[in-house]
Design a protein around this ligand. Structure first.
Ligand code: ADE
Length: 227
């Protein structure tokens, strides 16, 4: 998979790519590039944003700046780019990221993530350049960079070679294997600590019983949402 992040702060991702599962995915042949929005701005002084029409606080990322950045990097009109690859605008009003969307994205060969800043994007960026708008939660961040890292993290750990154990991402919280429910609880050594014992079934060595207990626990945790 090739993941591109269009951002005003490419340096933020220097740390991110050193994280184990991301580094593993990159070593396995996947790519994560950052594209600097400021590099190709047609405006003087590296300007990328402007005051909102109609008034109001803050600054808005300009559509001509995003157009120039995407055109320079991909060599096509950004209006056509979204037909070739998923182009995702990160914005609090977008589709809420969940395991289903992460799975969907993990199957894509190419994804471009657009990070807004300040008050966000000029809406024409979302309307004409993006194939999707995605939110990581109903709160407002200062910019899309952390949201892009959340998307990259969640997607990249699903890629073959990212996690140490190939099954680690299969039966986990909200996965299809657990019917979209939260994961069962995990325990490790010591088996007893300050009188808090690990459930006996996990120490029993009976794999079928362990599997049944885990499903039961997962179902119990999902009960609140199931009503
Ligand atoms: N940019 C600012 N807030 C965001 C959020 N909650 N999700 C995605 N992008 C954002």
């Amino acid at each position: 998979m090739r993941l591109d992040v269009v951002t005003l702060f490419p340096g933020w991702f220097d740390w991110f790519v050193t994280q184990r599962h991301v580094a593993n995915a990159l070593a396995a042949g996947h790519e994560l590039r950052t594209l600097d929005l400021r590099e190709h701005t047609p405006l003087s002084g590296g300007q990328v944003d402007d005051t909102p029409f109609g008034g109001g606080a803050g600054m808005v990322l300009r559509v001509d700046v995003m157009d120039a950045a995407l055109r320079a990097h991909y060599g096509v009109d950004p209006v056509d780019l979204r037909r070739e690859r998923r182009v995702i605008a990160l914005t609090p009003g977008g589709r809420l990221l969940d395991d289903r969307l992460v799975d969907e994205l993990a199957r894509e060969p190419d994804i471009t993530l657009l990070c807004g800043r300040y008050e966000g994007f000029d809406e024409r960026i979302v309307e004409h350049f993006a194939s999707d708008a995605v939110s990581i939660g109903e709160y407002v961040l200062a910019g899309g960079e952390l949201a892009a890292m959340v998307v990259c993290d969640a997607v990249m750990r699903k890629l073959p070679g990212a996690l140490g154990h190939s099954d680690s991402a299969l039966e986990e919280s909200f996965s299809v294997a657990l019917d979209g429910r939260p994961e069962y609880p995990h325990y490790t050594r010591p088996a007893e600590y300050r009188g808090w014992r690990v459930p006996d079934v996990l120490l029993s060595g009976h794999h079928a019983a362990i599997r049944a207990w885990r499903r039961e626990q997962s179902r119990g945790r999902g009960a609140a949402e199931d009503g």
